[in-house]
Design a protein around this ligand. Sequence first.
Ligand code: ADP
Ligand code: AMP
Length: 209
Amino acid sequence: MNIILLGAPGAGKGTQATRIAEKYRLPHISTGDIFRDNIKRGTEIGLLAKSYTDKGQLVPDEVTCKIVEGRLKEADCADGYLLDGFPRNLFQAEELDKFSKVDAVINIDIDLSLLMDRLCGRRVCKDCGESYHINFLGGKSDCEKCGGELYQRKDDNEETVGNRLKVYGEQTAPLIEYYRKKNVLINIDGVGTIDEVFARIAAALGQAK
Ligand code: ADP
Ligand code: AMP
C-alpha cells in the first residue's frame, strides 16, 4: 500500500509513522528527515534547504519533488511506502499523482491550539529519530529505544512554529479536500494517547485493505 500521512506540524505524524512502518513493513519516508540529514552532512541540498527550514517555510517544490520521485524509485518502495510530510501543497500533490498512485491518506486531525506546546516541548533522538515530549521524559535525556542523545530541533521554537502553522493552514490543509474528493482520505482523531491514536489508524487501515 502507498500511504500518505497528512496533518499539521506536531500532529503526531512521525510518532505514528514509526509504528505504522513497523507493523505494515513499509519504508518511512520523511521529507523533513531527508532535509535535516542533508543539512547535517552539509550537502548542496542541505545548504539550500536550511534557509527555508530555519524560517519554517517550504523548500522549493522543484527540489522537494525531485527528491521524492527519486526516493520512490528505490527498491524498498516496490511494495509500498509511507510518506510523511509530503505532499505539502497542491502542486506537490499533483506532481506525486504523475509519478505514483496513492492508495490511502491518513489525516491526523488535531486542534491547532495544542501544537505550539507539543512542538516546543518535542525532543528528538539524534540516532533513530524517535520523538518525545519533555512532559513525559521525567528529566531523561536519552532515547528509550536506542539510548541515543535527545536534542531540540532548531525549528521547534515559538517564532518558527508560528510560521509553520501558518504555512500549514494556507498551503497544506487544502489537501484534505483534494484527497477527500479522490476517495482516499481517512480522517483520524489525533487527540488521545499515542497508543490510542495508533489503534484508530490500524483499525482504519485494516478496513481500507
Ligand atoms: P509531526 O511528525 O506531525 O510533526 P511528532 O510525531 O514529532 O509530530 O509529534 C510532535 C510532538 O507531540 C512530540 O513531542 C511527540 O512526542 C508528541 N506527541 C505525538 N503524539 C502524541 C499524542 N498522541 N499525545 C501527546 N503528545 C504526542
Ligand atoms: P517536518 O520535519 O515535516 O516538520 O519538516 C521540517 C521542514 O522541512 C519544513 O518546515 C520545511 O521547511 C521542510 N519540508 C519538509 N517537507 C517538505 C515538503 N514536502 N515541501 C517543502 N518543504 C518541506
